[in-house]
Design a protein around this ligand. Structure first.
Ligand SMILES: Cc1cc2nc3c(=O)[nH]c(=O)nc-3n(C[C@H](O)[C@H](O)[C@H](O)COP(=O)(O)OP(=O)(O)OC[C@H]3O[C@@H](n4cnc5c(N)ncnc54)[C@H](O)[C@@H]3O)c2cc1C
Ligand code: FES
Length: 498
């Protein structure tokens, strides 16, 4: 049987924390307990700054707990494109920042003694085309890059070219996050789970974070490390795109390749060994599509399985399968720093490389709070989205998006009435002339919601493979009961009876 969970969350024991049940004061309030929030909180607490971390669900269980677990400066075949688009200086700084992050994660693991299956090894990007320009660009920028023979990778496929980055890192991300959280609380940091923040506002010299329960944290500084800044904060929802990827963990009939690999050509196929699966254990991630753009996400999982079956001439049954989303920016560089027109510090747009980019981001956020300079803050600058006025206009223009989108959207109704919703089936149904979202779980319970996103009102699409309601406008995701999983929204879905 395939377990619907990332192999990491299925094999880690993330600590649990109480919800915020009394108002708190802190030097810094960090919102979001993924890699960026936890790393930033730990850095600050270790410097003697009192931090409260507020997490909407459980720490480490969203994108950071669902990654491929590669910590590398090799971000696909990126460097020739970066050089071309941004010039040598910016491309060099991006590469150097991420290469340093590889060593920083290694140091954190060793200093804190985190047991997270950390190992060093080569990482490859390969193509049926010519990657010599990519190899040359990465080398010119000072990265440990080499043109490689694709047969070195140990994948039974024919590629025309490959680029190898030496001495990159892979780890068990959920165990790494567990170690970060433990070190943070040992240093005196406070974590509250199930405490979704709905507003971050200026108050006096500082900020106040209000949670859905009405409890508040008053602090001198606030960091929103929420994958995408929530609500309309900074206008980032309008300048990023959400993309979902799928992952499987399988056991091959032979020893699995030990290197990390990723295809430069579409469809993306990213592989790495799965240590918990023994010598034949392999993780494959890919099947990318915009969040909320595809109903039959089972097809994305099947695409990964078919790829494995075809390459190794076998029929695998995944032991785990999972999906997650991340955001990309128009110019391929993350946004990290102060949001225009707001006192809040943000980090978003990691382009599915947030284990290294996010480690860089945490260093920038720490230095901004401590009023120190940081070598990478210009390249990652969150302020390049525009000044406060242009962001206000951007937000205003986008407030209409949801309503226009609803009006022009054709909805595929599965049927009239809810009696015929089969176990495990979900989608849109007509109920006395009103469209409702419905799903019948495996215990036979029917869950119904108003299938309209609570962020800016876009229509939701049922995601059959993951049993979630997903929004294509800016990536909010909800459970069948309407609880917020991800995204800029902070409000659960309405019930048809409300
Ligand atoms: C399938 C997949 C594979 C990937 N593989 C890799 C890889 O191998 N290497 C790599 O470098 N990168 C990888 N990435 C990218 C990387 O995982 C992300 O960039 C990174 O995890 C982002 O970290 P984060 O802390 O911003 O987000 P998250 O881990 O999503 O953390 C954000 C947290 O904020 C919480 N939150 C949100 N809103 C609120 C609110 N209003 N109040 C309170 N809490 C809130 C969420 O519940 C969540 O816990 C991958 C991404 C995907 C999708
Ligand atoms: S995420 Fe913005 S409208 Fe749904």
């Amino acid at each position: 049987m395939t377990i619907q969970s990332s192999v990491w969350l299925g094999t880690a024991n993330l600590p649990r924390y109480q919800a915020l049940d009394a108002d708190q004061e802190a030097d810094v309030v960090v919102v979001g307990g993924g890699l960026i929030g936890l790393t930033t909180a730990l850095h600050l607490q270790q410097e003697g700054v009192g931090v409260v971390l507020l997490e909407g669900g459980r720490i480490g269980t969203r994108t950071s707990g669902n990654t491929t677990g590669k910590v590398t400066s090799q971000h696909g075949a990126l460097y020739a494109k970066l050089l071309d688009r941004h010039g040598r200086d910016v491309a060099r700084q991006y590469g150097a920042a991420n290469q340093e992050a590889v060593d920083e994660v290694d140091n954190i693991v060793r200093q804190l003694g985190i047991e997270c299956e950390l190992s060093r090894g080569p990482s490859y990007v390969y193509s049926t085309g010519d990657l010599r320009e990519e190899a040359a660009a990465a080398r010119e920028l000072g990265l440990p890059a080499h043109e490689a023979d694709p047969s070195e990778m140990g994948l039974p496929l024919s590629a025309a070219s490959a680029v190898r980055f030496d001495n990159q890192l892979q780890l068990h991300p959920a165990r790494y996050l567990t170690g970060l959280a433990a070190a943070f609380t040992r240093a005196g940091g406070r974590i509250f789970e199930h405490s979704r923040v709905t507003d971050l506002d200026s108050e006096g010299e500082g900020v106040v974070a209000r949670t859905e329960s009405g409890r508040r944290v008053v602090a001198r500084h606030a960091v929103a490390a929420t994958l995408l800044p929530f609500g309309t904060l900074g206008g980032y929802f309008a300048r990023t795109r959400p993309s979902q990827s799928h992952g499987i963990a399988v056991k091959l009939p032979v020893q699995a390749p030990t290197a990390m690999t990723i295809s430069a050509d579409a469809p993306t196929r990213s592989t790495r060994p799965w240590p918990g699966g023994g010598p034949s254990g392999l993780i494959v991630v890919g099947g990318d599509h915009e969040t909320g753009a595809q109903e039959d996400t089972n097809a994305s999982y099947q695409g990964l399985v078919d790829w494995v079956d075809q390459l190794w001439g076998t029929t695998v049954q995944p032991e785990y399968r999972w999906s997650a989303e991340d955001y990309s920016t128009p110019d391929q560089l993350p946004y990290v720093g102060k949001a225009p027109g707001s006192p809040v510090l943000v980090a978003t747009g990691m382009h599915k490389w947030g284990l290294s980019n996010g480690t860089v981001a945490a260093g920038i956020l720490r230095d901004l709070v401590l009023d120190r300079s940081n070598r990478w803050s210009d390249v990652f600058d969150a302020g390049r989205i525009g000044d406060a006025r242009s962001v206000a206009k951007l937000v205003q223009d986008n407030l209409k998006v949801g309503k226009e989108f609803v009006a022009g959207h054709t909805r595929r109704l599965l049927g009239a009435g809810l009696d015929h919703v089969e176990v495990g089936e979900g989608g849109l149904y007509d109920l006395d002339g009103t469209t409702v979202g419905a799903y019948r779980d495996h215990a036979g319970t029917l869950h119904t919601v108003v299938p309209v996103c609570t962020h800016l009102g876009c229509p939701l699409r049922w995601n059959q493979g993951d049993s979630t309601w997903d929004c294509n406008c800016h990536g909010s995701r909800f459970t069948p009961e309407g609880t917020v999983l991800d995204g800029p929204t902070t409000t659960p879905l309405k019930k048809p009876e409300d």
